[in-house]
Design a protein around this ligand. Structure first.
Ligand code: FAD
Ligand code: NAP
Ligand code: FMN
Length: 610
């Protein structure tokens, strides 16, 4: 839920920002409580207010449960909100906080803690939980002998380190002396399958542990207002019209070592969509979720290799459809997952695949990265029947694309920058399910969409702040939106963009727009890294190092820093930033790491990597 714009305020911008961050994620009842608390502070002197907190707090003889969530795209937040609502409905005192709004010094005093957290990157915590996880694993982590806790992880079994962040937190809380109330919940894409029973169990523990609590007056008297559900969701998307789909890369791209392109060259598209009448109000930094349809060619290949008939009627979870429709609209047909591979290994009696699935086998991650479903079905032929295939395949995984526009510039439209995944492997041409689907859409086509908000990836609310944007490849997409937004709102802070691509001639995305923006002083600095226009690779982090002094000065002077693009790039850029800060702070690497962590905690260093 985005925060309302702060009214003219006597607060310094930094304090106003800190306040906005602190209350972000609180639901209406918590906000009402907080407003009463602040009013109490205003009425009495600070010391009196602290030693005699508002009656609402004093009235609760039992310490409320704390629910912490770490979430990149909102799933864990929703799961945490559902637990909070369940506790509230049962009249149990509980507070809900995003991990970066949690004062970690309070951990030592917690009695009942729930952590709901997704996994990002390669087994990493989401950005809003980095500080919490660092604290938990650091020297200052307290002994937790009095703590009872329970963790719900959200993940995706198509990643090698499934629910890695949650597993580490669950293990660490136990190591610090906490008592685990229930087994770690590990939710795959169908979150509720695991989250619902986990929540039931959590609620039952909370009832036992908090039962001596007087009805929590401040919670019970407030009618619990549910957060406004977004009008358009993954389950109920808005149908947008395609206004344009234009290729913005040249045709001379050469095959790469990682991605061996086939006859087609590198293909990046600028796509414009009409949101008119939807009421969809995105902010630059948000992503657009799209619902794709698997191609007929891929469906035929799957039917061919499994020797099944697309007309066969299949009933699954109470829904009856022809197999071909299940495969076109309802099932994931490219990305592999561990449960699917486990079923395949059984059906194919494939010892080599079983070995790959053994815990700790490094070949497993490689298999997920370089095999699509069709490659696995071809490699390990098995007997299938239509119902078993539908049951083994997962629902389609979400596909998100950073929004590359600002509504203040483009009105009721959303623009995307799409890299079309197309490569030759295992003797066949492959195309990405969603990117291939999007690339084929012509003007006038209809596309189901929804907004996936990213509250941590926003232009600074204090528009006088400078910003540094690092976005090679399609990572540049949100920064087109940022620059438009800052130009339209007359932001006085400077904008500095680092962009990279393989070749200047063919890969300089939005070149004319950036030059125009420089000319109009909407963009103030632009540094470019074309990796393959010379014998040695040049990446954005080399440009950062070359400009290290200025980068450091901008950060010292309050600039906000953003990184968007491939996961590996994000890690390498982070390492370069550590070096830069170390070099300019007098050589103290520990202080440099702390400096960047502080920026992250304060919301001044945000990443959107995929
Ligand atoms: C928050 C967020 C923002 C994003 N923003 C953008 C954006 O602005 N623009 C953009 O283009 N993308 C963006 N993405 C990525 C996008 O969501 C999709 O992941 C991407 O388009 C690929 O999806 P697909 O369905 O086309 O490919 P899929 O059908 O999912 O195919 C991927 C699979 O193909 C296989 N594979 C891939 N490459 C190879 C190879 N070289 N050799 C062998 N196998 C291979 C792997 O098994 C991989 O799992 C974003 C992702 C996130 C999470
Ligand atoms: N699965 C993966 O490992 C992986 C990796 C990258 C991208 N992708 C996917 O491919 C699509 C397009 O990727 P993209 O937008 O990043 O475009 P891209 O065209 O692949 O890369 C843009 C620029 O970044 C460079 N680059 C590569 N590795 C880097 C690193 N570690 N640090 C800094 N720069 C680096 C590239 O150089 P070179 O190409 O010359 O090395 C190129 O110059 C996205 O959908 C992304 O998810 C996947
Ligand atoms: C770029 C990216 C990396 C991910 N890495 C992992 C991973 O390593 N392990 C895992 O189990 N899930 C991984 N996931 C899946 C997410 O954890 C899953 O989609 C989750 O529901 C997201 O919840 P959130 O919206 O609260 O962040 C990844 C998702 C994305 C987009």
């Amino acid at each position: 839920m985005s925060q309302p714009a702060l009214l003219p305020t006597p607060l310094q911008p930094d304090t106003a920002n800190a306040l906005a961050r602190l209350v972000e994620g609180l639901d209406s009842s918590a906000l009402l409580w907080a407003s009463g608390y602040l009013a109490g502070l205003a009425r009495s002197s600070l010391s009196t207010a602290i030693s005699a907190p508002p009656a609402a707090v004093a009235a609760a003889p039992v310490q409320p449960a704390t629910i912490l969530y770490g979430s990149q795209t909102g799933n864990a937040k929703r799961a945490a909100e559902a637990l909070h609502a369940a506790l509230q409905s049962a009249g149990l005192p509980a507070r809900l906080l995003r991990t970066d709004a949690y004062a970690t010094r309070e951990l030592a005093n917690e009695k009942l803690l729930y952590v709901v957290i997704s996994t990002q990157g390669e087994g990493d915590p989401p950005d809003d939980a980095i500080g919490f996880v660092e604290f938990l694993h650091g020297k200052r982590a307290p002994k937790l002998g009095q703590l009872k806790y329970s963790v719900l992880g959200l993940g995706d079994t198509s990643y090698a380190d499934f629910c890695g962040a949650a597993r580490k937190i669950d293990a660490r809380l136990s190591e610090l002396g906490g008592s685990r109330l229930q087994a770690l919940g590990e939710a795959d894409l169908e979150v509720e399958l695991i989250a619902a029973p986990w929540r039931e169990q959590a609620l039952s523990h909370a009832k036992d542990l908090l039962k001596t609590a007087a009805p929590a007056a401040h919670l019970a008297t407030v009618t619990p207002l549910r957060p406004l559900a977004a009008a358009w969701t993954h389950e109920k998307p808005f149908t947008a019209e395609v206004l344009g789909n234009q290729r913005i890369t040249g045709r001379e791209y050469k095959p790469t070592a990682f991605r061996v392109y086939g006859p087609q060259d590198k293909d990046v598209r600028h796509i414009e969509l009409a949101l008119e009448g939807s009421g969809l109000a995105y902010e630059p930094g948000d992503a657009l979720g799209i619902i794709h349809r698997n191609t007929d060619a891929l469906i035929h290949s799957v039917l061919d290799v499994t020797k099944l008939n697309g007309d066969t009627s299949v009933t699954h979870n109470g829904q009856t459809l022809p197999l071909s429709q299940w495969l076109a609209e309802k099932r994931e047909l490219t990305r592999l997952s561990k449960p699917l591979l486990t079923t395949l290994a059984e059906r194919a009696a494939a010892k080599d695949l079983k070995a790959l699935l053994e815990p700790g086998n490094a070949g497993f991650a490689a298999l997920l990265n370089d095999h699509q479903l069709i490659d696995a079905l071809r490699r390990w032929p098995a007997e299938w029947d239509a119902a078993a295939l539908v049951a083994a395949l997962r629902p389609q995984a979400k596909r998100l694309y950073s929004i590359a526009s600002s509504r203040k510039r483009v009105g009721e439209e959303a623009h995307l920058t799409l890299d079309v995944l197309r490569y030759q492997a295992h003797g066949h041409e492959h195309i990405g399910a969603a990117s291939g689907f999007l690339a084929a859409l012509e003007e006038g086509a209809q596309l189901p969409v929804y907004i996936e908000p990213n509250e941590r990836f926003r232009v600074p609310s204090d528009s006088s702040r400078d910003i540094l944007m690092i976005g090679p490849g399609t990572g540049v997409a949100p920064f087109r939106g940022f620059v438009q937004e800052r130009a339209e709102t007359g932001a006085s802070g400077r904008n500095w963009l680092f962009f990279g691509a393989q070749h200047f001639n063919t890969g300089f995305l939005y070149q004319v727009e950036w030059q125009d923006a420089l000319h109009k002083q909407e963009l103030h600095r632009l540094d470019l890294a074309f990796s393959r226009d010379q014998s040695e690779k040049i990446y954005v982090q080399q440009r950062l190092r070359e400009q290290g002094r200025d980068v450091y000065d901008w950060l010292q002077n309050g600039a906000h820093l953003y990184v968007c693009g491939a996961i590996k790039m994000g890690k390498d850029v982070h390492a370069a930033l550590l070096d830069i800060v170390t070099q300019h702070n007098g050589g103290n690497a520990e202080a440099a790491a702390e400096f960047l962590s502080t920026l992250q905690r304060e919301g001044r260093y945000a990443r959107d990597v995929y």
